[in-house]
Ligand binder design. Structure first.
Ligand code: GLU
Ligand code: ZN
Length: 505
């Protein structure tokens, strides 16, 4: 093993790497979540370790059944498989936090018994007042430690008043320093780290408790997550250390790598409400999972200076968390499409054809199980469109005209208004004549149309072929014209030329 690997793993054997992806099952995976999942997955696969899927669903009011299924299906669609978690099991379960409530209660009891945590009886008003006073006096305004060392009599008095306490972690009175795998050494000073709440007065365990407790119990070795969570890291580190002291969990503090923010329009952080942030959009538009993941990998990482396009196998091979850039990354929808287009071109033709089928079916152009004839036309069309499409859903507009019958076929009104005017009637009539009994292959079709329209009528190619294209495809932009005519067949082509000619007169 190289020295460089040693600073990521320390003396950990590579196969002992355990990382986690802990989404809340609120239904929507965003590109930011997916990038975190991807980096954890690539990290686990690179070292031959394990990726754990843990569902952070203690906030049951926000969870829906579909939220869980959607999360699992999304990850499966992306190909980000997990080694332990819901649906696959594992030795460290349950993997839904909602099923771990007893565990948290038990851990909290142990923290309290060991004095690592304590009950705080302050009311909201008291906290607000003291915070305001501290602020006026120019002091730090976090929790002031009022209940850290209450006497038994003071506690009894609060209990008699009927107050219900929260539980706070007793933070160490020293700086918390750690080596972030992306950002280098980071120091947090104790005056900025007040004792924080682990459990609400109603007994509800909070994220800053359950997330590190599960990391400790699930023997997580590395935490790779968004920069937005950086402020909670020193508090979590204090908790891992407290847990180690009382013998709960693995005893280790995971190493951290905080991934850069993803910025959207106007250099603002991409939020889950922004267009382009939800995975559903990419599935509907027909992105390839490998294309989307390749682009998301570029939000903070690159495989080489002069290279943007790579496979997931190549990413796994090359992935190095220390090469992740700490500067925020800009989400560029155009580039995302271009990377996807590059992956579309890399597909073998038959694979490309079969990936288009669900989109053509969804668009009402093909049945879900196309006939052998339809598949033959689709396969023959692949070379005409594979280089021209950015996403699979574009196949509906590009290729629909080859499959729809006369009754379904329509001409885009805008294309008709712009192109099927003036001489178009004469052009279409001459085309129909030229094609009536020519041999039906691309070269012969092209030769016949050129002879008739360009040599015969003296038209420029644009004016000659534009109306023919609109007549047969219904659009101004289509796959290459002569090949399209060949695939459409003589009879349908002649009927469409005639139908379009009638609309021009
Ligand atoms: N459930 C948290 C989130 O999705 C997990 C954060 C973490 O990775 O620690 O934001
Ligand atoms: Zn208090």
């Amino acid at each position: 093993m190289t020295d460089r690997a040693d600073d990521v793993l320390g003396d950990l054997e590579p196969s002992k790497v355990r990382v986690r992806f802990p989404p809340s099952p609120t239904g929507l995976l965003t590109v930011g979540n997916i990038r975190s999942a991807l980096f954890n997955w690539a990290f686990a696969r690179h070292y031959g370790g394990k990726l754990i899927l843990r569902i952070e669903d203690t906030d049951t009011a926000r969870n829906t059944d579909e939220g869980y299924t959607y999360t699992y299906n999304s990850l499966r669609w992306l190909g980000l498989n997990w080694d332990e978690g819901p649906e696959v099991g594992g030795e460290y379960g349950p993997y839904l936090q909602s099923e771990r409530m007893d565990i948290y209660a038990d851990v909290v009891a142990k923290l309290l018994a060991a004095g690592k945590a304590y009950h705080c009886y302050c009311s909201q008003e008291e906290l607000d007042q003291r915070r305001e006073a501290a602020r006026t006096a120019g002091q730090h305004s976090g929790y002031d430690g009022h209940c850290r060392n209450l006497t038994p009599e003071q506690i009894q008095a609060y209990v008699d008043e009927g107050r219900r306490p929260v539980v706070r972690l007793r933070m160490p009175d020293r700086p918390i320093v750690f080596e972030d795998l992306v950002r280098g050494e980071i120091t947090f000073l104790p005056e900025n780290l007040g004792d924080y709440v682990l459990v609400r007065a109603n007994g509800y365990p909070l994220y800053p408790l359950v997330n590190p407790v599960d990391d400790a119990l699930m023997d997580i070795t590395h935490v790779l997550r968004g920069e937005d969570l950086l402020p909670s890291t020193p508090r979590q580190i204090a908790l891992y250390e407290a847990l180690a002291d009382i013998g709960v969990g693995s005893g280790r503090t995971p190493r951290f790598g905080h991934l850069p923010f993803v910025m959207g329009e106007g250099n603002k952080r991409l939020s889950k409400r922004d267009k382009g942030s939800g995975l559903g959009e990419y599935m509907e538009r027909g992105f390839l999972p490998e294309g989307l993941l390749n682009y998301l990998a570029l939000l903070g990482w690159s495989i080489a200076d002069d290279r943007d396009v790579f496979t997931m196998d190549e990413m796994v091979e090359a992935f190095d968390i220390r090469k992740v850039n700490s500067n925020s990354a800009r989400f560029d929808p155009k580039k995302c499409e271009a990377i996807n287009a590059a992956h579309m071109r890399m597909l073998p033709a038959d694979e490309f054809a079969s990936r288009m089928v669900p989109f053509l079916a969804q668009g009402g152009v093909l049945p879900a199980e196309p006939s052998a004839d339809q598949l033959a036309v689709l396969n023959a069309a692949v070379p005409l469109v594979q280089e021209r499409m950015n996403t699979l859903s574009e196949s509906v507009d590009m290729l629909g005209f080859l499959f729809v019958d006369d009754a379904q076929f329509t001409i885009d009104p805008d294309a008709a208004a712009k192109v099927l005017t003036g001489d178009a009637g004469a052009v279409l009539e001459a085309s129909a004549k030229a094609l009536a009994d020519v041999e039906w292959n691309t070269e012969a079709i092209e030769a016949a149309l050129r002879a008739s329209l360009i040599d015969g009528l003296g038209l420029k190619p644009k004016n000659a072929f534009g109306p023919v294209r609109v007549a047969i495809s219904g659009r101004r932009i289509s796959p290459p014209l002569f090949e399209s005519l060949e695939l459409l067949g003589r009879e349908k082509s002649l009927r469409r030329l005639e139908q379009a000619r009638r609309t021009t007169s």
